[in-house]
Design a protein around this ligand. Structure first.
Ligand SMILES: [Zn+2]
Length: 503
């Protein structure tokens, strides 16, 4: 049996001005294909590696297509989308099954549902071939995904530390069905709610309880149960929370589980609303936290500009307030500014430079813009920006920050990078000679993923509302396309998700 294995992953923030071309899917070059792609993903903690191992454990021969994964950013350029999907569809010819790692929230310049369009094409061209899909919890589900796949599974954790396990879960069910052991059928549905990303973590109520229930239902006999909290920074019709359930030939049971989970989520919709506080107050609260006893750094979370949700990673407001309030012994990750990196690299290690950092992207979707920040400091470190991720997220993969410079102002060590990466691994600091455990403060441009490593080492975590296209204040964004009414954009008091109907 020959199975096709491929990855097409992008979380599209339709408010983001960061362009998404084909090289973004391959770390600055064309995405890898064939054996090169296989060698890159084998042994990693990715969904694709979980699918690969499930295939090999089932004795299948694996044909690897493309491994295309881009950090979140604006809508995918048409030619990039065409290149990836043409490659997958051409490679699928003659295969007996198709295994895909997709994201679930890909928007192109012309299509709201990049994954559904790919799956429909694969189904049309290969009508009788089973298709297994592993998806991110931030999937914005469309019917075309469910209609054109055989089995679907999403992550149960956020931070996403079960990517590999998700590939295994969905791959195993597909191979069980190919062996005649089960007959998978799917049901799906969505609730009209747009949970704030900052309230979606699975350490917290209510997503902790929702995902625990999904796991319990799988242990009780459902084949695959996935609740997607959705990605709200996408102004598309189906953005928001949804559920997909796979059972062994029991459509009624699958639908019952979908309803149960959607009602559970709907009942707690107000707990998915995030309330920001003013930036000056947050930085002052960070200072107060640092004065308390206890080990570990105070984390100042610049969550309005999270690159892993499509942020430009170059807004400066949180860093500016840190400097204004005079905080000492800070390491800040980071500011994306390739021009500043070039300038500081040319100056060389040990030299003092004055640079203007950040605010180079115009954010048309926002009324409020970031301002460039002029700083003077010593060039402490120049690095190629590559290291192996220790995990627990994406363990074993290479993180490539691009050429990276540490600029030391005396009080703040500012990490300036030339590729968009989210600091969810300790290596973002330690690979540059900074010990994150022994700084008084760490500024992180992250939202939830940092928790995978930093939460356990932090003395305290202070969430800081800066500026950026990952704002947790929906009133800063102009939603035109998402279906209405939807909570919390609209005040909905119905007791059941089913009672809410189109305006
Ligand atoms: Zn996600």
């Amino acid at each position: 049996m020959k199975v096709l294995l491929a990855m097409m992953s992008h979380e599209t923030n339709t408010f983001s001005p960061v362009p998404t071309d084909i090289t973004r899917f391959g770390g600055g070059r064309q995405p890898l294909q064939g054996d090169a792609a296989l060698n890159m993903i084998r042994g990693t903690g990715t969904t694709m590696a979980g699918l690969l191992d499930a295939a090999e454990q089932a004795g299948a021969s694996v044909k690897t297509s493309i491994a295309a994964s881009a950090p979140p950013s604006g809508p995918v350029l048409e030619d990039a989308y065409r290149y990836i999907t043409d490659t997958i569809c051409a490679d699928a010819k003659g295969c007996d099954a198709i295994l895909l790692e997709l994201h679930g929230a890909m928007v192109t310049q012309s299509i709201e549902d990049g994954e559904g369009a790919l799956l429909k094409r694969l189904r049309d061209e290969n009508p009788n071939i089973p298709i297994a899909v592993g998806l991110d919890m931030h999937t914005n589900l469309y019917p075309a995904m469910v209609d054109n796949a055989t089995v679907i599974a999403g992550f149960h954790t956020y931070p996403h530390v079960d990517m590999y396990e998700t590939g295994q879960r969905v791959g195993k069910v597909l191979f069980q069905s190919l062996a005649g052991g089960v007959t998978p059928v799917m049901a799906s549905g969505n609730a009209r709610m747009l949970p704030h990303v900052m309230r979606q973590g699975t350490d917290d109520f209510p997503n902790k309880e929702l995902q625990a229930r999904c796991v319990e239902l799988e242990q009780d006999g459902a084949l695959l149960v996935s609740l997607f909290t959705g990605f709200p920074h996408a102004d598309i019709y189906n953005a928001g929370l949804s559920v997909v359930v796979v059972t062994d030939n029991d459509k009624v049971k699958a639908k019952e589980i979908v309803d149960e989970l959607l009602e559970m989520a709907w009942a707690e919709r107000k707990k998915f609303v995030y309330e920001p506080v003013p930036l000056q107050d947050s930085i002052a609260a960070g200072q107060a936290a640092a004065e308390k006893s206890g080990d570990g750094p105070v984390i100042l979370l610049d969550h309005y500009d999270n690159t892993a949700s499509g942020g430009t990673m170059d807004t400066t407001e949180v860093l500016r307030e840190i400097l204004n309030q005079g905080l000492q012994d800070v390491a800040a990750f980071g500011i994306y500014d390739p021009q500043a990196v070039d300038l500081m690299a040319a100056a060389g290690v040990g030299n003092t430079v004055t640079v203007t950092l950040g605010a180079k992207f115009q954010m048309d979707a926002l009324d409020v813009q970031s301002e460039p920040l002029q700083v003077t400091g010593n060039v402490k470190t120049i690095s190629d920006g590559r290291f192996t991720i220790k995990g627990p997220m994406s363990t074993g993969s290479t993180m490539n920050m691009g050429t990276t410079v540490v600029l030391d102002t005396g009080k703040v060590q500012i990490i300036v990078i030339s590729r968009h990466v989210e600091p969810y691994d300790l290596g973002c600091f330690s690979s540059l000679g900074i010990d994150p455990l022994h700084k008084t403060y760490l500024m992180l441009k992250s939202r939830i993923h940092y928790r995978a490593t930093y939460r356990s080492i932090a003395k305290e975590i202070v969430e800081c509302a800066g500026v950026g296209v990952c704002t947790s204040d929906y009133s800063q964004l102009d939603f035109k396309n998402v279906r209405r009414p939807i909570f919390p954009l609209d005040d909905l008091e119905s007791n059941s998700y089913k009672e809410v109907v189109e305006d």
